[in-house]
Unconditional design. Structure first.
Length: 369
């Protein structure tokens, strides 16, 4: 079921005040009363609103759990010179692996809720506004009075390659097992759960042990944080590491194609259902119990920013899974999404759409089979 951004705004207002009138909604959203009436009627047809008085159903959707940050990108005008001041530009944008994945899901017309944490500060206020504007359900984001909103700072050279990054994500510890337990019934309604490993190992363990009947997709985030999931591979449906993260978890060197298959076999023996290993410019290696291989895209790509490629890939994998695509086609969808992400200066490319992914797939993949 696809929920538009305007419908998401109406749902949020109704969840706060089920008795709100259409006139009040029109004033709050700065649209005509007749437009509100049409949106209400459409939400009724979709089964989101039932009866009079705007009783909301809790539709099953995708739940994304993890980080929401303020991203500060330092973009050098030329090749980075270490130990020196490099002229360039600074860009401040909403970010965080989980938040980015959620926004990409909305761009692919999928409804989702985000479970994360922000501080009660200007950065947190900015993030919440951006999250709401994207049409992401923000009702279960923790507002922490004691800690500042997460900040992620990266340095990118003129080619778009990230040179280094520093993050302050202490606030993510607010997503505790006890908090997740308090919204357990909400999470249990999910079709799919997507998590990043920024959250604590205790919270990861709670998710894997409590919601293992729901397909869980995992982004390992980094080599250090990836190791948190080693004991739970049998609870994971889909894992999307890069080469370094796959090596950190498996202990198998990712220096040749044969070792990629050895690593995939190792993951499957541990109980993992599907793995998609990002190989950068070389494409994606994919594997499940019955099929494995690699895909690449023979398409010229103008790289402007690589930091959002993995988040777009994950969203595309979720979208492909919902459409019952095979694993190879899913890998292509993820690769195409990544290629679209890196062609935009923003971490999340607002032009990433299902229509565009389909067009590129038909042009560069389907016709050549």
């Amino acid at each position: 079921m696809n929920i538009t951004r305007r419908e998401s705004e109406i749902i949020k207002e109704i969840s706060h005040d089920p008795m709100i009138s259409q006139l009040e909604l029109s004033k709050k959203l700065n649209i005509s009363r007749s437009s509100v009436a049409i949106h209400i009627m459409n939400l009724g047809k979709k089964g989101v609103i039932k009866g009079r008085g705007y009783i909301l159903t809790e539709p099953s959707s995708i739940t994304v759990i993890g980080g929401a940050n303020i991203d500060i990108h330092g973009i050098s005008n030329a090749k980075i010179k270490n130990g020196d001041s490099n002229p360039g530009k600074l860009k401040i944008t909403p970010g965080g692996v989980a938040r980015n994945i959620a926004e990409n899901l909305r761009n692919l017309s999928l409804s989702c809720k985000l479970i994360s944490a922000v501080g009660e500060d200007s950065h947190g206020e900015f993030l919440l506004k951006q999250i709401d504007h994207a049409g992401i359900d923000s009702r279960y984001i923790v507002k922490d009075q004691l800690r500042p909103t997460s900040t992620y700072m990266s340095v990118v050279d003129s080619t778009g390659e990230m040179i280094n990054a520093v993050s302050d994500m202490e606030i993510i510890s607010a997503i505790t097992p006890s908090y997740l337990e308090s919204i357990k019934d909400i999470i249990l309604r999910s079709e799919i759960i997507v998590i990043d490993t920024n959250i604590s190992e205790a919270s990861l363990g709670y998710i894997f042990n409590t919601f293992n009947k729901i397909p869980i997709f995992v982004d390992p985030v980094s080599t250090k944080k990836a190791k948190k999931i080693s004991a739970y591979l049998d609870k994971i449906h889909t894992l999307k590491p890069n080469l370094s993260e796959a090596e950190a978890i498996s202990g198998i060197s990712m220096n040749n194609k044969k070792n990629l298959q050895l690593a995939a076999d190792w993951f499957h023996r541990k109980g993992l259902k599907r793995i998609f290993i990002s190989m950068g410019k070389k494409g994606i290696y994919f594997s499940n119990a019955s099929e494995s291989g690699s895909v690449s895209l023979n398409k010229k790509i103008e790289i402007k920013n690589v930091s959002g490629a993995g988040d777009a890939s994950m969203a595309a994998l979720v979208s492909a899974f919902k459409k019952n695509y095979g694993i190879k086609k899913s890998a292509y969808q993820a690769l195409i999404a990544a290629s679209l992400a890196v062609e935009n200066k923003s971490t999340v490319n607002p032009l990433l759409t299902t229509k565009k992914i389909t067009r590129i797939y038909n042009e560069f993949v389907s016709k050549k089979k």
